[in-house]
Every structure is written in C-alpha cells, then in structure tokens.
Design a protein around this ligand. Structure first.
Ligand SMILES: Nc1ncnc2c1ncn2[C@@H]1O[C@H](COP(=O)(O)OP(=O)(O)OP(=O)(O)O)[C@@H](O)[C@H]1O
Length: 225
C-alpha cells in the first residue's frame, strides 16, 4: 500500500479565450515516478503550477490522502516544485543558500558535505554548469520533508552522465516521496517512470505503450523504427 496519494482532479484552465486544460485527472503515490509528457504549449508547466498552488484557476481539486488543499505549497510537508528556470537567488553563494533553506544541522550537513556540492559551496549559482546547478537545486528540494516533488524539465540541457546522477538521487528518496516529472527528453522519462501520462487536447491520457506517443503525434514514427 502506498503511504500517500496526491490527486489533481477536474482541473479547468482557460487562457486567452481558449480552454488549455479541460478536465484533468492526474495522480501520484509515494514511491512512484509519474512521467508527464506533452507537446510545447500543451500546458504541462501550467498544470504543475496549479497542483503546487501558485497558478490560480477557476476549477481545481487537489487532494492528498483524500483531503483537499487550495494552495498545497502553503502547507509544510506536502509538495515542492522545481520550476523550469533556476529559482535560486543569484546574489548568494551556495553555502548561504543552504543556510537560508534549512535550520536543521543534519539537513545542512547532508547538502554541504555531499561530494558533488562540496567543491562549489563558495560559488554563486551562475558560476555552476547547468548540470551542476540542476543537481544542486534537486538536492535542496529533496531535503525538504515533502511527500511529493513536481519537477519541470529536470533533464533539459543536461548531459547523460548528469541525467543518471539525478536519477540516482531520485531513487534514494523514492521510499518516502512521489515524483511527477515533465521533460522533453521523453526517452529518459519513459525509462525512469513507473507510469507515463500524455497531456494532449487539455486532458491526461495514460500511455501504456511508448508507440502510443507516435499515435498521439508527440514523437515521430522514426523514433521507433
Ligand atoms: N502568462 C501567459 N500569458 C499568455 N499565455 C500564456 C502565459 N503563460 C503560458 N501561456 C500559454 O499557455 C500555454 C501553455 O503553456 P505551458 O508553459 O504550460 O506549456 P508547456 O506544455 O509547459 O510547454 P513547454 O513544453 O514548451 O514548456 C502556451 O500556449 C503558452 O503560450
């Protein structure tokens, strides 16, 4: 039995007189990686922000273990969100950012003494490579005592070696957290996800076979030939 279950239900979102999200149901359990795919502009980032609670919309039901939350991000221990673009203050060195994020010595230590963070503690975020920065951001979010992480393009622009390092990090935390991941590196998303969902025409459709991604026009037929 999963310990916790996040459900996003009946989400409707209109933008510029068009319904972007028409009727969404998306769920994630702790111990699970759910891959969210969809074409550019299909509404994946919007959906993650709605689930997190920072994107207002007229109609939504976000539940954790059956309890409804209007703004999940305001509640401790529920959900964290990795946005597409870096969310770190660019005028603070990494060691300062860690101190700002965490009071608990054990959490600070876990990040400060991490072998891939240690060499960069005196740097500013813009002095890190894209892969190093994404890795550090994930380390920060993973130390939060949340049940679910929403990751918007964690692999974008990341070399394969960092993709695998990020995956190792997620696996370390899978026993206590669930992940919803969206990224255009679809082969990685398909490889690492327990379930894949395609956001198309405003709704989430379960993908049971990667070739369905061709049928929905998300990947070219040549991808599987
Ligand atoms: N502030 C805004 N004003 C107007 N339109 C917006 C705004 N933010 C997003 N949109 C539109 O909403 C749609 C969905 O955007 P969103 O970023 O959620 O898509 P996405 O699936 O995450 O795209 P991508 O894969 O390119 O990151 C797009 O058509 C986008 O142009």
């Amino acid at each position: 039995m999963p310990e916790h279950k996040l459900e996003a239900d009946s989400i409707i979102y209109n933008i510029a007189n068009r319904q972007l999200l028409t009727d969404i149901y998306l769920s994630c359990e702790t111990g699970e990686i759910v891959g969210l795919l969809g074409r550019n502009g299909s509404g994946k980032s919007t959906l993650l922000r709605i689930i997190f609670g920072t994107q207002p919309t007229a109609n939504k039901h976000i539940r954790v273990n059956g309890t409804a939350y209007q703004a999940p991000y305001k509640h401790r221990n529920l959900v964290a969100y990795l946005p597409q673009h870096s969310f770190l203050p660019d005028n603070l060195r990494l060691h300062k950012i860690i101190e700002l994020y965490f009071q608990e010595p054990d959490k600070r230590k876990a990040i400060q003494e991490h072998e891939r963070t240690k060499p960069h503690l005196n740097k500013f975020p813009d002095e890190l490579s894209k892969g190093e920065l994404r890795y550090f951001e994930l380390l920060l979010l993973l130390q939060k005592d949340v049940k679910f992480l929403l990751l918007d393009e964690p692999f974008s622009g990341i070399e394969p070696i960092y993709t695998d390092r990020i995956l190792e990090l997620l696996e370390e935390h899978l026993s206590t957290k669930g992940f919803i991941i969206t990224d255009h590196n679809y082969s990685t998303v398909v490889r690492i996800s327990d379930r894949v969902v395609l956001l198309t025409d405003g709704a989430c459709r379960s993908i049971n076979n990667p070739e369905e991604l061709v049928e929905y026009g998300y990947v070219p037929a040549s991808a599987f030939s």
